[in-house]
Design a protein around this ligand. Sequence first.
Ligand code: HEM
Length: 357
Amino acid sequence: MVFQKALSALVLALPIVLGLPSKRATDLNPRCEFLVPIAKDLLENLFDNECGDAAHGALRLIFHDAIGISPTVGGGGADGSIFVFNETELAFPANDGLDDVLDDVGPFFLKHSNALTPGDFIQFAGALSLAQCAGAPRVQFALGRPPPRAASPPDLVPEPFDSATKILERFASVGFSPQEVISLLSSHSIAGADTVDPTIPGTPFDSTPSVYDTNIFIEVLLKGFLFPGTSGNQGEVMSAINGTLRLQSDSELARDSRTACFWQEFATNHAAVQKQFGDAVFKMSLLGQNTRDMIDCSAVIPQPPALTNFVPSFPPGQSLTDVQQSCATTQFPNLPVLPGPPLVVPPIPQADDGDDS
Ligand code: HEM
């Protein structure tokens, strides 16, 4: 945890950036040019040019920083408070596991902290992380978040054992519809858990955690019958594929009448979820920010590789009869079944956090 202490003590020399946000830039605004070598550094040296553990962690971080705002208890949203006030925010139970992420990402922030505020750095790294994942949208990035003033209040980050109602209300309080929430959960297509079942770190949420596809939406709707590690973990329910972990929150939102039809539609509509996720992530990145003081630096974000050869399918040995039909108005479609023996999905290789303390 060497980085975390250093960061709390850091006095930042912060740039002041003014300007008007425009539609997605195709030409690079000269005021964004300084981001090009920083992007190169992060893509090559933080993410190792792959959609792996470090990229997943950077993506989770954008959410846990941005959601720290509420119309009733305050908070600065996507302000980088999770970096600067990490001793407070990492103690929130919902932020379990983010200490490793900060240990990976933090040294890169320190290296570039003369150029980027903490809030800008987190959202920039998150947008870049998606550029590593085939099938992900190219998300917009706006520059100009001022430094954070205080830690986020507690209890603003949803927990995997929260009810669907509590989660939807939390998101609604900061302007996200149920459909936007489900689009945001497509992030769990390129994700896994280290701390939900601590005996099996790096356990993915779907069978293809290095690709942004729609398998998460198919697989979470299948009847669960196994725990990939131990049973009885808070926030976990049984999954349908060996080696994958199902969050209780994903499971409930997949089956809740307010969200089940969005979940089902996304199972076979990659283009729709890709577009809606991209829009929702950008909206989330602006929580608590004054967009009039920001400039559009989206042109710095590379286009992620396209998703090739993906056909929404049931995993080997499973079929439509294993789907727990949850959308009341439309039947889940009959999909092809992948050939072969039942899947055993390997853990996600863990990034070296260099933590020798
Ligand atoms: C209902 C809301 C959400 C809940 C309850 C939730 C819960 C969780 C949990 C429990 C983990 C595993 C943590 C661990 O054990 O290491 C996780 C991982 C992750 N989540 Fe979420 N999440 C939610 C929404 C989101 C959103 C909106 C995003 C991003 C846009 C996101 C991105 C990720 C990513 C990328 C990971 C994997 C992190 C890694 O592998 O290091 N989640 N989430």
